[in-house]
Ligand binder design. Sequence first.
Ligand code: ADP
Ligand code: ZN
Ligand code: ZN
Length: 733
Amino acid sequence: MSNTPILQIALPTPLDKLFDYLAPIDWQITEQHIGSRIQVPFRKQVLIGILIGVTDTSSVAPNKLKTALTLLDEPPLLTATDLQLLHWASRYYHHPLGLVIATALPALLNAGHPPHVETPPSGHWCVTQTGQFIDPTDLPRQSHRQAYLLSLFQENPRGISETTLALDLPNPRPTLQALQRRGWITPQPAIRHAQPITTPLQLNTAQAHAVEQLTQHLSQFYPSLLDGVTGSGKTEVYLQLIQTIITQGKQALVLVPEINLTPQMVSRFEQRFSVPIAVIHSRLNHKERLYAWLLARAGTAPIVIGTRSAVWTPLPQLGIIIIDEEHDPSYKQQDGFCYSARDIAMIRAQRAKIPIILGSATPSLDSLYNIQQQRYQHLILPERAGLAVHPTFHLVDMRHQPRKQILSRPLQHYINQHLAKKQQILLFINRRGYAPTLICLQCKWTAHCQHCDARLTHHEASHYLRCHHCGFVQPTPIICPNCHSNNIHLLGQGTERVEEQLQQIFPDARILRIDSDSTRRKQAMFDMLEQIHRGEVDILVGTQMLAKGHHFPKVTLVGIINIDGGLFSVDFRGTERMAQLFMQVAGRAGRAEDAGEVVIQTYQPEHELLNCLINKGYHAFADIVLAERQQTNYPPYTRLILLRAESKTAKLALDFLRSVKEVARQLNIAEVELWGPAPAPMEKRANYYRAHLLLQAQQRNVLHHLIEQLLPILPSLVKKDVRWTVDVDPLDL
Ligand code: ADP
Ligand code: ZN
Ligand code: ZN
């Protein structure tokens, strides 16, 4: 027994336990300090951890205990409520508490930065009297950034924050300064209490019903699915509920999948509310992120909008959570700490006894299942008549088309029609680059990545082969490296090849390709969107980057080059994803006055699910797929935990999982089925061989019971050079 208190500290290390330290004699440390950061010596380094408990005994011998170095926070950084959520996540995802906390905190806090920021990192700007009367179109062409920003400020007389501008226009600072020098805009303090400039809209019946239901349940856990296509008025429902929430002095947390793709959403919030809004996304620098976090924690920002990681933001007055596009896979982190922000938000709402809204035009099957089970309220917004007309679908049977043609004759015919009417066309293909396969017809050699089980994609502009999984590049050979024949050919198609064919067939059309290659340059996406909106583009070719977020009011024809990939995916969630993406892409057609058309090229025109989706819509499709999941015992009817292992040799990873399976069998938990181990669908990636062991059960708790017993044993089974992770509720198998 020692008299000095023992500090139990969560440290960012893979060891899933708390570490005991002695408090220096002059510290008056009590349980009041739980949640503070403390610097401690650990092995040969100094680490920063969080105080989780204060006791007077330790299982470590007193002479082995080290003494803590510095107390970084007083009062504590994290409240008991914050810590409870982190504890829950650590237990549920079987991830060490110290690492969970490190994921949840802004990087500067992990590095020991004090919990305050002297000067706000990015200001707020407003148009001046003079600026209000300048016509942006009078500015010379080379000042188009200034003209664009000026027009934004004129539309938002209450001003816009620099953070928000950065979503739209990367690195806005120099342009802002130029406008300031001209006297057209002026910096403003971040916190304003002006009157809102957009007023709430008169709700339609369905919206009013949704708002009413939720308003009646503001002080209890009330999970709901707001189910309505894009344009049906979901955002207006969010805005009006948030209005009530902030009038009550509470805070709202809004999660969105990719904020960079939806700057319109943020500006709609800024235009409606005269309160500070903390925007949290991946383009913030460390200081901006800390600042946003602090505004939220202090309650200064009643509204927090952010991507996945924003779910961890401390919100002392949390009153509602909104998850927009709840089906989006980006809510699940895919490596390291594999958490689902949507599921964590659900737990958070439950504990805080507040409503949570999942919004989507294509709800996940998990959420539809929860509706069936009457766990969530189903709030439906029907499409508003006269707004968007349903597109007409045309299936093209590619078996009856010339082999080499990427663009079938019917698709070409529709493109011609819409070009003649001066309307925009969007072609969707889910692969970038020129062609995904380079093959020698003499000896059957194909270009493979040396580091992955993947073919190399040819990129025409650079004439390089690239691996889209590890980044490996090499020049594209012109003779076969194996047999030296020149009979080598590019097979398959990517965005570049579609673009090339379009240029050949429609030489007068203005074609624009949008994928992660063409938008790599800073500001490229911005410039391209501008071009599209100004009507300087006839045909857009792109990957799913085009499907999300953006509004293209002039597009009336959408072509899907090849839908079959999603239909025959090996992953049990493949068809669900395909359908969601399909609905999103198809939804781009004919959103304004003109009815749209959607052309789908497929080798399986009779495919039942595809036809169901086209003729009966997403919900009919979802019913069939849910029934299939039930028959085949897949989630949401069962629960899964995936153990992933990887190593420099295939055998090591598989052997490790075999021994895990052996131990799991001995633990003899009959309700858990063990599948595998098996190599991952793409076994080798970036020189690592990857293998899976799948644990499946009807009940979540038996599964967790098994993994809890297994985890302490795993370190003794693991050989050198094997890395492993636990993925609870995996999205991809
Ligand atoms: P969603 O979030 O489902 O895409 P929005 O809330 O953005 O839908 O609404 C789509 C468009 O319809 C927006 O321009 C919005 O201003 C408008 N809108 C929404 N609700 C109403 C309403 N009750 N009356 C008039 N216009 C509305
Ligand atoms: Zn060859
Ligand atoms: Zn590779």
